[in-house]
Design a protein around this ligand. Sequence first.
Ligand code: HEC
Length: 200
Amino acid sequence: MRMSFFTTFVARSIPACLAAACSSNMSPSDGQSSGSSSGSTSEAGSGTNSQTPPIGASAVAGWLATGAYKSWHCETTAHAARSPSPHNVDRICSNDIIASNATASGPWPQGAAAVKELYASTTDAAPGGYAVYLKTQADSAAGANWYYYGALTAGGATVDGMGNDATVMATCTGCHLAAGSDAAHTPSPGGRDEVYTPVH
Ligand code: HEC
C-alpha cells in the first residue's frame, strides 16, 4: 500500500520541474496517507513522535505544520547553503539521534532524521518549503533505507519516496550519498552517511 502511494505521488509530482519557479506540491489532496501504516520506525512506539517524521507526503506536511522539529537541534539562523548544496538558503534542524552522534564516526543509527527549512532569501520571515529525511534501518543500503521528502529549493516540486526510488535517487540520494566522501563533500564537521551538516 505504501509503495502504491509513493508511486502515485511521485509520478504525479515529478515533472522536469526542479527550479524555484515550480509550484509546490506540499499539500496533496490524497488524504489517503495517515502515516500510521508505516510508522514502524518510531522509537516511542506510536508511529510518529516528536523525534520521528512520518513517511508519506500528506503525513509529513501535517507533521511539519505541528512544528515539532523546532525543538530539535537547530541552526540559529537561515544562511546561504553550504557547497555543494543546491538548497539556496536554509536552516537545518537535526534530531536527537543525529545530534548525539554528531562527533562520532560510522553510520548513523536507525531513526536519524533532519528537517531543513528552505528560504528564497535570508530576509524571508518564514520558510517557503521544507526538505526532510529519515533513516529507517541501521544499514543505509546505498540509500534504500532512507526516506526523503521535500524540495530542493523554496517553492520547488516535492519529492517523496525511499532513497532508491529512481526519481529520489536522481533528485536527492545521488548527492547525499557523497556526504563526507571527500573534502568537497564535507561542508560541516561530522558529515557522513548521507548527512551533510549534523547540528548539535
Ligand atoms: C547536489 C547535492 C544535493 C542534492 C541534489 C540534495 N542535497 Fe540536501 N543537502 C546537500 C548539502 C551540501 C547539504 C548541507 C547544506 C548546508 O549545510 O547548508 C544538504 C542538506 C540537506 C538536509 C539537512 C541535513 C543535512 O544533511 O545537512 C536535508 C534534510 C536535505 N539536504 C534533504 C534533501 C532532499 C530531500 C533532497 C532532494 C529533494 C536533497 N537534499 C537534494 C546537498 C544536496
